[in-house]
Design a protein around this ligand. Structure first.
Ligand code: PGA
Length: 253
């Protein structure tokens, strides 16, 4: 079975102490994960080592960075490279979250560079795509998201892309309390998988987890994750509340 993933995206939230407490509460629930299930905590850079050591003993619990820079190294004050993450044994990194695309002007071409640097450093990218409200209202979301995949990922060989994680996050559903309906989620996830299949074949496309993101909560996770092409979620707000995220992990297929 394809990997099913509950990924927490803390964004710029929690003090160090609050983060430790949150992890203790979630891990304290001792939710056993099957071989095909994975929980990942994408935490702020200063909390990576603490989180890594919290999850070290836990089967299929892992840690991710929320970003890395698109250049290998150099005079980029305040930035963090994929190589630095690798040197700290960090194996996952969120790439191209819509907030970074918007507030940090990250382009599809820059994200292609980030994805390459992740792979060079043995880091699995959690690659985010998704359309803004005006595109959804115009009904052109399929073209929009397939261009994001093509311009940032389709230079990759099949051996690399089959190990990636994709997160589809409609921007109009992020932090708004508005969720895509299960029909909307399944429809676009299936479309994304067909775009991957057209380029790489069915076998590769069927191996790639596609997570849904955008106001995933304890009370809608099970229904969203039950869609055949939804392989879990990338969760912002609800990942900051232990009781919520625990239920989201339990909702994995
Ligand atoms: P949200 O955020 O769950 O708060 O909508 C999701 C995300 O941005 O990853």
């Amino acid at each position: 079975m394809r990997k099913q993933i509950a990924a927490a995206n803390w964004k710029m939230n929690c003090t160090f102490q609050q983060g430790e407490k949150l992890l203790d509460e979630i891990l304290g629930a001792e939710i056993p994960l099957a071989d095909h299930q994975l929980t990942i905590f994408a935490v702020p850079f200063p909390y990576l080592l603490m989180t890594r050591s919290e999850v070290e003993e836990e089967w299929n619990y892992n840690v991710a960075a929320q970003n890395c820079h698109h250049k290998k190294s150099g005079a980029y004050t305040g930035e963090v490279s994929a190589e630095m993450l690798h040197s700290m044994n960090i194996r996952y990194c969120v790439v191209g979250h819509s907030e970074r695309r918007e507030y940090n002007q990250e382009t599809n071409a820059m994200l292609a560079d980030k994805v390459n640097l992740c792979f060079e450093n043995f880091i699995t990218p959690i690659f985010c795509c998704g359309e803004p409200l005006n595109i959804r209202e115009a009904g052109t979301q399929n073209d929009f998201v397939s261009a994001q995949l093509k311009e940032s990922l389709f230079h990759l060989g099949a051996d690399k892309i089959k190990t990636i994680i994709i997160a589809y996050e409609p921007i109009w559903a992020i932090g708004t309390g508005k969720t895509a309906t299960t029909e909307q989620a399944q429809e676009i996830h299936q479309y994304l998988r067909s775009v991957l299949a057209a380029q790489y074949g069915d076998v590769v496309a069927n191996e790639i987890p596609i997570l849904y993101g955008g106001s995933v909560k304890a009370n809608n996770a099970k229904e969203l994750f039950s869609c055949p092409d939804v392989d879990g979620g990338l969760v912002g707000g609800a990942s900051l509340v232990a009781a919520e995220f625990i239920e989201i992990i339990k909702a994995l297929k």
